[in-house]
Design a protein around this ligand. Structure first.
Ligand SMILES: [Zn+2]
Length: 380
């Protein structure tokens, strides 16, 4: 399987990247890969890096390919942040790496995931390096859209725009690459609305599917104020648990690694001079947990929106397959006892909730308001 085979449903979009690999003389030193979350931006960036290092243009099996994809290649640097912003120091480090020629590969490739998280000042520092790149250095910036990148950088880069792949294409990837059973693969690809990472998690983890079903059940389970308040509290609790499971182990490892680096891993008291470094790490970890929690809640809302979109599709008699085909019974029942206007009102409420969570409203408050809005309207 070539490295490009895993960048599914993007044949037209990635053609310029493949052409650059084939024609190194015409290389562009800065690329921007855009696309909605889940479209595979960082995957495409890594595939490009692998294809540049591989002697066969991305065979997918040689050492250059596998290490470039996994992020272990000496000449491929990936900055993947889980913080809200990329710091100017992180970018300065990248720039100094960018100045050195490749140690073993053919190119030095620097990938910045979430390049939209750079402040203007940081972008300006990066711009200088992009304007006068060393001959064998290639920058690859990933962002949701071109508008998320400073215009000065944009004008010096080539843009590759990914789109959401068709769910059938995602299903095929799950079947062929991950060995998922076809029926389940389709169900998960549609449920994830083509988000490849989410689709794979759903396919592999029955608990994730069960959690999603639980979220969808809210649409029919919330009858009164009491149900709504409980449902909101449940959602927050699930998100907290999920965040804890995802970050706890790593937090401890990182802390131990830092203590080892500082030479303070003998269990004794930390000298005051080192405390601020540990505190800094703990703050970063806290921010990461918060972000994870918010992502889980956002995903739950996106799932609920997909259910109401299905209800709306039944209302208007649309012919396309439902996103949640396996919930068709519930969806038709909900459509039968509501009107399109009710469904649109619920979709509005969900979209408002997403905005509120993104602007840091206390999650429980935002979700309570959402759950209350999802109650069936009582005839006056
Ligand atoms: Zn290869």
């Amino acid at each position: 399987m070539s490295v490009w085979d895993q960048v599914v449903g993007q044949e037209a979009a990635i053609a310029p990247l493949q052409a650059a690999v084939a024609q190194p003389a015409a290389m562009t030193h800065a690329w921007i890969i855009t696309g909605p979350p889940g479209s595979g931006r960082s995957h495409a960036a890594r595939a490009f890096a692998a294809a540049l290092q591989c002697l066969e243009g991305g065979c997918g099996t040689c050492r250059a390919c596998t290490t470039a994809i996994s992020g272990a290649h000496a000449d491929v640097t990936v900055l993947a942040t889980e913080k809200v912003t990329i710091s100017i120091d992180e970018v300065r480090d990248l720039i100094s790496t960018a100045q050195s020629s490749p140690s073993e590969g053919r190119w030095r490739v620097i990938i910045v995931e979430d390049a939209d998280r750079m402040t203007e000042r940081t972008s300006n520092v990066l711009l200088k390096s992009i304007e006068e790149p060393p001959p064998r250095t290639v920058w690859v910036l990933c962002a949701p859209s071109g508008e998320d990148i400073a215009v000065t950088i944009r004008s010096r880069s080539r843009k590759v725009s990914l789109r959401m792949p068709d769910p059938e294409v995602v299903a095929r990837l799950l079947i062929e690459r991950d060995g998922v059973e076809p029926e389940l693969a389709r169900q998960c690809a549609y449920a994830a609305q083509s988000h490849i990472g989410v689709a794979r998690r759903l396919a592999r983890d029955p608990a994730a599917r069960a959690r999603r079903d639980q979220v969808l059940a809210l649409a029919t389970d919330i009858r009164g104020v009491g149900d709504a308040v409980l449902a909101a509290a449940d959602l927050v609790a699930v998100a907290e648990e999920d965040a804890k499971a995802a970050t706890e182990e790593r937090d401890v490892e990182e802390r131990n690694a830092l203590l080892r680096t500082l030479g303070a891993d003998d269990g004794g008291r930390l000298p005051p001079a080192l405390r601020s470094q540990v505190k800094q790490l703990e703050d970063d970890q806290k921010r990461r947990a918060t972000r994870h929690k918010r992502d889980v809640m956002d995903r739950a809302i996106v799932d609920l929106m997909s259910l109401y979109r299905d209800v709306a599709a039944v209302h208007v008699g649309a012919a396309q397959p439902l996103i949640n085909e396996s919930h068709r019974g519930h969806i038709e029942a909900l459509a039968a006892r509501t009107e399109l206007a009710d469904t649109m009102r619920c979709l509005d409420a969900l979209s408002t909730t997403r905005d509120r969570l993104a602007s840091n409203v206390a999650p429980l408050l935002a979700l309570e308001a959402m759950a209350l809005a999802l109650r069936p309207r009582v005839a006056a």
